[in-house]
Design a protein around this ligand. Structure first.
Ligand code: GUN
Ligand code: ZN
Length: 429
């Protein structure tokens, strides 16, 4: 059984941060061939019982859970860094243009491979990702993820109106394709499927109703979409659905709010929206670099905390500006500081890190499966070099606690900190 000696960072069952400065992580292969954590704790406590294991020692390094990105678009790797007046012109001028290219399986396969390489380089071991509207784009990504033994969740975008030729799909066909893709990919090895209505303006009532019906029939399948991101988008939804009290309630009408539903942004919410999210078991994917880049607004961390809203962090590449969990955590911190007339929050390193690992896994209904290193968790982890740059090494030497050290990594770290990414117990080439 492979065992790893290094400093360890993870979360207890009640979500407290655990840090072992000299720890041992032992993994064991399950019947399905996936390595899982079988023991974790202090080296001094575990070393004797595990003296026969094949030991790898990484002095000066920290083993931490792989990051979980709760919302990202794999067909948008060539959209990143496209400035626009706001969400709607950004979609029209850049996003739909690039996504139209995914009708070509060779383009989709090349983009999928690049995308998964980027996730790995940045220490992201699980992502909930949009594909384009072309079923081939799902096949390309799932095939590549399966070869890498990744726990990845993805789905074909549903968008049968208000979208140009080349990306717009057809209602009946789109629902048949979704059901076929669920059959082909959901639960295959570590893969999962997400029913993916793009957002209310791009989905007819018939398409939303069909998506809701699939969400009811396949209760273990995920649902992903966007909500309450941008004021122009919200005004448009109000015109399209004057009967709904709020944007979120349109999704509720169509049966699309339930556990394993993940809604990106959730910025322009009121208390009733937050209560509805909580009551339904749906989760918010918080995308701070995207929200700052597109000028969409700022997620209300204080209200989310008060409501007990299930949420986690996400890059939202290509509206988001970086694959790096460090950049996302830093942006979330800065958004939290924004006071908007109230006292701003100072989110702790513990909260930020949790929201991008075990907290995001919890939002997916995958607590105890990924995003943590407790026994039973799949062995997806990163090896952090806390002294990866001269400034990190210098600042880290002054850190008086693990909270201070992690905060330094959040502010000053980037992919150079990720020395190795381990997927299901293996380091990919
Ligand atoms: N709303 C509908 N589609 C998108 C998208 O691709 N990105 C973002 N950020 N918001 C959206
Ligand atoms: Zn998005």
């Amino acid at each position: 059984m492979p065992a790893y000696r290094a400093a360890l960072l993870y979360f207890s069952a009640d979500h407290q941060l655990v840090y072992e400065s000299d720890g041992l992580l032992v993994t064991r292969s399950g019947e399905d061939g996936v390595q899982r954590v079988s023991a974790v704790g202090a080296w001094s406590a575990l070393a004797h019982a595990h003296r026969d294991e094949a030991l790898t020692h990484w002095p000066g390094r920290i083993i931490a859970p792989g990051f979980v990105d709760l919302h990202i678009h794999y067909p948008q790797v060539d959209v990143i860094a496209s400035p626009a007046e706001g969400l709607l012109p950004w979609l029209e001028n850049y996003t739909f243009v690039q996504e139209a290219r995914f009708t070509d399986p060779a383009h989709a396969a090349a983009a999928a491979s690049f995308f998964l390489d980027e996730l790995q380089r940045h220490g992201v071991t699980t992502a909930l990702t949009f594909c384009s509207s072309h079923p081939e784009s799902v096949d390309a990504l799932m095939t590549a993820a399966q070869a890498r033994r990744l726990r990845l969740i993805a789905g074909k975008c549903l968008m049968d109106r208000n979208a140009p030729d080349g990306v717009r799909d057809e209602t009946e066909r789109s629902l048949l394709d979704t059901e076929a893709l669920i059959g082909r990919w959901h639960g295959r090895d570590r893969l999962g499927y997400a029913i993916t209505p793009r957002f209310v303006p791009s989905c007819s009532d018939a398409q939303l109703a069909g998506a809701g019906e699939l969400a009811r029939r396949y209760s273990n399948v995920w649902v992903q979409s966007h909500v309450a991101e941008n004021l122009d988008e919200i005004a448009w939804v109000r015109e399209l659905h004057p009967e709904a009290r709020s944007y979120l309630e349109v999704y509720e009408q169509f049966g699309l709010l339930r556990p394993r539903s993940v809604y990106a942004h959730c910025i322009h919410f009121d208390d009733q929206d937050r209560s509805l999210m909580c009551a339904s078991g749906a989760a918010a994917a918080v995308c701070p670099t995207s929200n700052l880049f597109l000028g969409s607004g700022m997620f209300d961390h204080a209200a989310a905390r008060e409501a007990g809203l299930l949420h986690g962090l996400a890059s939202d590449v290509g509206g988001g500006t970086s694959f790096s969990p460090f950049r996302t955590m830093m942006a979330a911190y800065q958004v939290g500081r924004d006071s908007r007339g109230k006292a701003g929050l100072s989110l702790s390193a513990h909260e930020l890190w949790f929201s991008h690992t075990a907290g995001a896994a919890r939002a997916l209904g995958l607590e105890g499966v990924v995003g943590n290193l407790l026994p039973g968790c799949e062995a997806d982890f990163v090896l952090l070099n806390p002294g990866a740059t001269p400034l990190l090494a210098r600042r880290g030497a002054q850190a008086g606690s693990i909270e201070e050290l992690l905060f330094g990594l959040i502010v000053l770290g980037d992919e150079r900190v990720i020395e190795r990414t381990v997927i299901a117990g293996r380091t990919p080439a």
